[in-house]
Design a protein around this ligand. Sequence first.
Ligand code: NAD
Ligand code: IPM
Ligand code: MN
Length: 342
Amino acid sequence: MDKPVRIAIIPGDGVGGEVMAEALPCLDWARAGGRDIQTLSLPYGAGHYLATGETLPEAAFADLRDGCDAILFGAVGDPRIPDGRHAEEILLQLRQGLELTVNFRPCHSPLPGHAPDLDIEVFRENTEGPYCLQGSTEPGRAVDLAIHTEPAVRRLLLAAFKRAATRKRPLTLAHKANVLKHGHGLWVRVFEELRRDHPEVASQGMHADALLCALVQNPTAFGVIAADNYLGDLISDLCAAYIGGMGVAPSISWAPHRPFRCSALAEPVHGSAPDIAGKGWANPVGMILSTALLFRYLGWEVEAIALEGAVSAALESGAKTRDLEGTLSTAAMGKAIRDRLL
Ligand code: NAD
Ligand code: IPM
Ligand code: MN
């Protein structure tokens, strides 16, 4: 018998809860197929913060870290908390505190007829760079520090090389080492070292500005794209546009060095979408495909393929939410996908 897998569920804010409601039945489906899944539902988000003053309490973080295997996350962000303080303390604490260095954001089109040959996978470093949140605002001057460390850079790049080698795809490092001589200089140094160890991978470094132009002009020329936290954030949203937009892009983060029991967090690329929250318009595809990535991470390849297949089949049948010029509600789209789960 496999050991039970314990998954923490954090719906978060805005459409986070709406799309999570469509992912949870996918866990039930995996359970019905024999997977031993336990879930731990956690209330952290704007509502909880405004009611209690708590973001992600230390004890809850420690429980997650030591008592769960993975996290399924919706989104955080709420207009009532304009400085995003709770989002920072919840999401960034999870990414950084669990050392989830590798953020994997695949952009393979699930949409029929939409960028059919696109096969881009963004490997975004997920814990460092300007996200170290160190800086200051002074009269007439503002500072944001960006910290890059060799272990994290190496972990991210190794994961990217490994993926490019396995899938026989080209690898591009996005950087601005021509300006960010220290931080991105480190990225280029480690990248050049790993290139020598991986002659089987067609790899190159590119200045991120030129890369973005090439990415728009010729997206199918790219395979794996590795980037620091900041550039990876931007590049992955651009790539999401090729496959149908924010509503469909999935992601998963993991800690290759496994410092803790809890070593993965799956979440859609999109945020809490306050402009459509509460209307039933959110597309659950990004969340459901993130759930499939979590299944694959857990070694449940059959379930991952079935879920991805159900999403493609639903979209091919014309089932679509408003962001894709369809008419279905979030719940109806979730059901259309589940109806096609074999
Ligand atoms: P967003 O991703 O929330 O929304 C951008 C656009 O995409 C909006 O027009 C929105 O309606 C649309 N969109 C997003 N998700 C969608 C879905 N599932 N279906 C259909 N359309 C969808 O980005 P934003 O507006 O810049 O940020 C809103 C809040 O979310 C902010 O507080 C931001 O900090 C936060 N945010 C959180 C995460 C996260 O939790 N991982 C990610 C990005 C942004
Ligand atoms: C994302 C988001 C987050 C980020 C924000 C909400 C902190 O944009 O998950 O891509 O910048 O990483
Ligand atoms: Mn982002």
